[in-house]
Design a protein around this ligand. Structure first.
Ligand code: FES
Length: 401
């Protein structure tokens, strides 16, 4: 038998581990069966910055433009400050209409500094085909009402590590709201970059926030506004569309980022202009949430599916639903129309919050809003907020978180 020599240190180690087991058993034996209270300051801070819900009282309503745009000033009902946000982000409004919970993103149109006064502002354009929410808000929301929103969401904001120091913002119509929020943040000192806003409107009468922009440009020389009118010629304004030539004229020399916020049609035109400018992909950013209402305008759409209504089978844990799903609306909207609240956040295919498994059938996903991971594509996962039925479907979806 081999003669094993053990140093005093080795012996102490052995005793340490031998006693450790006994000590652990004693601690387990003496620990009460009640759950540990886990109240960490970092968790509390995270919850305050990323709340699932915020409740507000409507304090003021301002009518803008031709009367089809309204800015709502909302004050946190519990007296706390609303969650701080990055200018350009949105909140999801949750509204029960006819017994169904409808959720829609609306951009925060104020600068984040307003949260320090306990308030936020949302600007809502009434869109007739959006039968769910914008018309409801315009007709029903009044001063003193309580409304519920999510915490701030979205990735359309300035990021110094990625974006150029000079930004050309291109906005069409009510798409100006996130850009307006960013210019407020620059004037307040919450963001530090130069922004030239090329703002496309049909006529002078359609321009939103005209007085506010004038006030911002008095406070900072980092913001410049150029109004571009497509249906009218007016002194001090450009006329026509926002072309590569116009962008070049105002961007000048050096690197710049383009931030675009507007309609699907505007993006399709701008994509061509951005190509002419040879702008790198990372310097061309678009606000995309909830934007795609005409999927057949995207390359690769199977035209035979357009205007059809398919059957959508949904499995959510042990619950099963069967609902109609129009080819012209994304799957998340079809669910909400049927009164089924699916998980959602960005509503633009990017965050993955609504990630679901496609069990049967085919969907169309426009490339612009396909934010799935490569492995998810292989494994048959989809993001219903950015997916359109092109056949009958069967989907497994997580419960609303
Ligand atoms: S809600 Fe973000 S990907 Fe669908």
């Amino acid at each position: 038998m081999a003669n094993v020599k053990m140093s005093p240190i080795g012996l102490m180690d052995m005793l340490y581990f031998k006693n450790k087991k006994v000590k652990r058993e004693q601690i387990i034996e003496n620990t009460p069966l009640t759950a540990l209270v886990q109240d960490y300051a970092s968790n509390r801070q995270a919850a305050a910055r990323h709340p699932n819900s915020q409740f507000f009282t409507i304090e003021d309503i301002q009518v803008r433009g031709k009367g089809d745009v309204r800015t709502y000033t909302l004050r946190r009902t519990d007296g706390e400050n609303p969650a701080f946000f990055r200018a350009g982000q949105f909140v999801v409004i949750r509204q029960v209409i006819d017994g169904k919970l409808i959720a829609r993103p609306v951009t925060l149109s104020c600068g984040p500094a307003m949260t320090l006064e306990g308030k936020i502002q949302l600007t809502v354009k009434r869109v007739e085909q959006d039968a769910f929410l914008s018309a409801y808000i315009h007709e029903n929301w009044k001063v003193g009402d309580e409304v519920e929103t999510s915490g701030p969401q979205g990735t359309f904001f300035y990021e110094g590590l990625r974006d150029a120091k000079k930004v050309i913002a291109i906005a069409g119509g009510s798409g100006i709201t996130p850009v307006f929020a960013m210019t407020n943040a620059i004037a307040d000192g919450d963001e530090d970059f130069d922004m030239t806003v090329l703002y496309g409107s049909r006529t002078k009468e359609d321009i939103l926030f005209a007085d506010e922009f004038a006030a911002i440009m008095k406070r900072t020389d980092k913001v410049r506004l150029v109004n571009v009118l497509s249906e009218e010629e007016a002194e001090g304004c450009e006329h026509g569309f926002i072309t590569a030539e116009l962008i070049r004229k105002y961007a000048g020399d050096g690197t710049y980022s383009i931030f675009a916020a507007g309609s699907q049609g505007m993006y399709q035109f701008l994509d061509g202009e951005a190509e002419k400018l040879g702008i790198a992909k990372k310097y061309y950013r678009k606000e995309l949430y909830d934007n795609i209402g005409r999927p057949w305008m995207y390359p690769g759409y199977p035209m035979e599916a357009k205007d059809q209504v398919f059957t959508l089978k949904i499995k959510m844990c042990d619950r099963h639903f069967e609902i109609p799903c129009s080819a012209n609306e994304n799957i998340l909207v079809a669910l909400e129309r049927a009164g089924i609240a699916g998980p959602n956040r960005c509503r633009g295919g990017i965050c993955g919050w609504c990630r679901s498994r496609l069990l049967e059938g085919d969907v169309f996903i426009p490339e612009d809003s396909d934010g799935r991971r490569a492995q998810d594509k292989l494994d048959g996962y989809i993001h219903p907020c950015a997916s359109f039925a092109v056949s009958d479907l069967s989907i497994e979806m997580p419960l609303k978180k």
